[in-house]
Structures are given as C-alpha cells and as structure tokens.
Design a protein around this ligand. Structure first.
Ligand code: 5CA
Ligand code: ZN
Length: 411
C-alpha cells in the first residue's frame, strides 16, 4: 500500500551519538548497533476508527527512534503493517452497516493524513494484511513442515511452545499470559486446542466473513502471523527493533516473534521496544471503551498539529499518562514563545543545545529532557533568566533545524 509523504529532515552540524533504547525482553537499556541501515518494524493500526491520541503517542514515540538513528548517521528501513482484515474491523463494519473494505480504506487514509500532519516519517514499506496473504500462507506452510501447526475443525493453530524461547519477551507468569490472551483477541477456552495459549494462524471461512483460498482451505490470516510474515519479508531475520504499544507485549509480540523464530531458527528481532498507554477520563484510551480524543478532530478544530506533537513529547514514550486539554493549551502557549525566540535570529549559543538534545534523544528517546533544554535556550535568548543572550548569530537557524530533525517540530 501507499504510505504518506515524507517531510524534509534537515541535516545537523554534527553527527549524533549512537542510540540506546529500553528492551522489554531483558528489562535493560540496550545500545542499538545497526549494521549500516537500521531496520525497524512498528505495528500499525487496525483501521476501524480514527487515530486517537494514544495511537499518535506510540507512532510519534518511535518516530523519535527513526530520527535519532538518522541523526546518528544511519539510514533507516522502516516497515509498518495495516491490519486491514481482523475481527474488530469486521465486527465494526457489520455493526455500522458499512462494507469492511471501504471502512478500512477510509480509516487508513485518515491515519495517513494524521501522521503527515504530525510529521511522522513514513515507513519505506507500508503493508496491508490482505495484500500479504501469500506471505502468510508461505510462512504457515513452513511452520507446518516443522511440526508447529495443527488443525482444530477448519482452523489452523500454532503451538506456542514450539519456540523454546516462548515467554522470553514478555517474561510473564502463565496465569497472566492466560488472562491477557483472553482479553487481547485470543481464545484460551476453545475446545480441541493442545494448549490454551496456542494461537490461530489461519481462520477457516465463517459465514458472512471474507475468505481467501489457500492450501488449507478458504479462510483468513491470524493476527500474529500477519506481522511475523510482513516483518520477515521486508526486514529479514534479527532486525534491529520490533516496536508497538505495551498492550502488544503479550500475546502479539511474543507470538509473532515465536512464529518467526521457529520458521527461521534465528532471532526475530534484536530488541523489543514498547510505548506506555495514554489514558483519558481515568482509563486507557481505547476504541472498545470509546474514551477517545481523535487527532483529526483536534486538527478540524484548528489546533496546530505541532502543538499536539509537543504535548506528546512532554511525556516520556515509555510512561503511562493521561491526556488533558490543559496540556494541549499549554503546548500552544509554549510554541508561541518558541516561535518568538526563533524570530529573533540571533540567540544564546546553539552548539550546547544541539549536543544536549541529541544526547537526550539517543538516551532512550528522552524527549521531555530535550524539550526542557530547548526551553532553557528560549529563556536565555529572550532574557527570562536575566539579560537576553543573543551572542550566537546563527542560533535560531541551528535550533530550528535541530527541532525539526530530532523532535519533528517544524516551527
Ligand atoms: N493492528 C494492531 C497491531 S499489528 C493494533 O494493535 N492496532 S491498534 O489500532 O489497536 O493499535 C495501534 C497501535 O497503537 C499499537 O501499537 C497499540 O499498542 C497502540 N495503542 C493503542 N491504544 C493506545 C493507547 N491508549 N496509548 C498508547 N498506544 C496505544
Ligand atoms: Zn503487529
């Protein structure tokens, strides 16, 4: 599928430091070590409703990784999927009486516009589940030959424990896995399974649901094999970072890594990065709960997308936090101050700002620290902290480029 248009990324006077990021599987900060081109997979949307602030926080969060790598001199091969056929999408389409294909296309298009407005760098490969069915079929056949697949009625299941490393990413007790599996699209109660945690990889055709022909009969792909097959096709084995929100740690990332590892024998990804959950009205913002703030609704009420982005950047990507309108209005005020300072041209010395911001971003994408560094430069430049410092004639130009390249804020 088509992604969205890429914004320009200005070059900086110096190359940034190498990037460390928190790895869920080890619970540690790990130095990424891309061999030339960095390879990143971020799980994409299930397009049955508009992009909300929680989605935006996750995609902006990993956009900071993309940018930190580029600032460090790497090219980045970025892949993202679109779960354009799955239970929640089909259920919503039926409920509101629209064609599921039209619903998915409409919401995917809105997502592209939201991402573009927020200056999220587009993936090099933006790939739908439907268009990837041949890849999914090939991966299931490979897993079948390796003895990791069995049949229950017309459905095919993957044995979670076929991967000896099963559990190594989420590191959860079995109780917890069972609970989350049930909550997040799994079917622990299904009769005929060998292990309640086994997940479906091919769902045989049901009346009224779309289906595609395959060597296993008509049906559609399971969710985890979709990402395993797409990541493997476009990024190969042991790519640098598999990312998504923390609600994907289990079962999604555990299972898709398992599929990939059994199929190839190699590590699926080198590390697993997860963003915190954004809440609203006291609960995780989610399509199923309906407590949503849509990016498109804010844009439609003339909110500057850069203020939305700044409001997101003020929270560390790994934290769980709650969205408030007050923080958005505060971000609008802050941007006004930053723009006035940049308009002066000369300002406080920019070189230490470049060093501190790129260092913060390379240290587990510490955007709140980077934002504070910029604020200190603005304060020094306009004299809030004493006499105005306009000793660096090139300062505004350098800081403007830095804000755009590292933080995705074009001012
Ligand atoms: N299509 C699958 C991934 S393959 C999916 O989870 N789609 S989604 O539309 O439900 O979510 C898209 C991304 O947004 C996921 O990375 C998810 O973890 C993240 N996300 C969903 N809700 C929130 C939230 N409230 N806060 C932060 N991130 C969220
Ligand atoms: Zn995924």
């Amino acid at each position: 599928m088509r992604a969205w248009s890429a914004p320009d990324v200005p070059t900086l006077p110096a190359t940034g430091p190498s990037v460390r990021i928190h790895d869920t599987a080890t619970g540690k900060l790990v130095e990424t070590s891309p061999q030339g081109t960095a390879r990143l997979y971020v799980c994409g949307i299930t397009p049955y409703d508009a992009t909300h602030i929680g989605h935006a926080a996750t995609y902006v969060g990993f956009d900071l990784l993309n940018r930190a790598w580029r600032v460090a001199g790497h090219e980045v091969d970025y892949v993202q999927n679109v779960t354009d056929v799955d239970d929640p999408l089909l259920e919503r389409a039926t409920k509101v009486g629209v064609d599921w294909v039209a619903l998915a296309e409409r919401e995917t298009e809105l997502f592209r516009q939201d991402m573009q407005a927020l200056r999220v760098l587009p993936p090099a490969h933006y790939v739908g589940a439907v268009e990837s069915i041949p890849l999914v079929v090939a991966m299931i056949e490979r897993l079948q030959r390796l003895g990791a697949i069995y049949q229950v009625e017309t459905d095919l299941y993957y044995s979670a424990t076929a991967d000896p490393r099963f559990g190594a990413i989420s590191r959860m007790e079995r109780e917890e896995m069972l609970r989350l599996f049930g909550e997040r699209g799994g079917d622990p109660e299904r009769a005929g399974k060998r292990d309640p945690l086994d997940c479906v990889v091919w769902r045989g055709e049901r009346k009224g649901e779309p289906a595609w022909d395959s060597p296993f009969g008509p049906g559609r792909p399971g969710w985890h094999i979709e990402c395993a097959a797409i990541a493997h096709e476009h990024l190969g084995n042991s790519f640098d970072v598999q990312a998504g929100g923390s609600d994907l740690v289990f079962p999604h990332h555990e299972m898709s890594a398992g599929h990939g590892q059994v199929a190839t024998g190699a590590d699926f990804s080198q590390l697993y990065a997860h963003a915190g959950m954004v809440a609203y009205d006291g609960e995780k913002m989610s399509k199923s709960r309906g407590n949503l703030v849509f990016v498109s609704a804010l844009r439609n009420s003339d909110i500057d997308p850069m203020a939305i982005r700044l409001a997101l950047l003020r929270h560390h990507y790994r934290d769980d936090w709650e969205w408030t309108d007050a923080e958005l209005f505060d971000a609008l005020d802050t941007l006004e101050g930053w723009r006035s300072a940049l308009a002066l041209g000369a300002g406080a010395p920019a070189a230490p700002v470049v060093e501190a911001v790129t260092a913060a971003m390379a240290d587990d994408l510490d955007a709140p620290t980077a934002v504070a560094v910029v604020q200190a430069w603005v304060d020094a430049t306009v004299g809030t902290t004493g006499l105005a410092d306009t000793s660096d004639r090139e300062a505004a130009d350098v800081v403007r480029r830095l804000l755009d390249a590292s933080l995705g804020l074009a001012l």
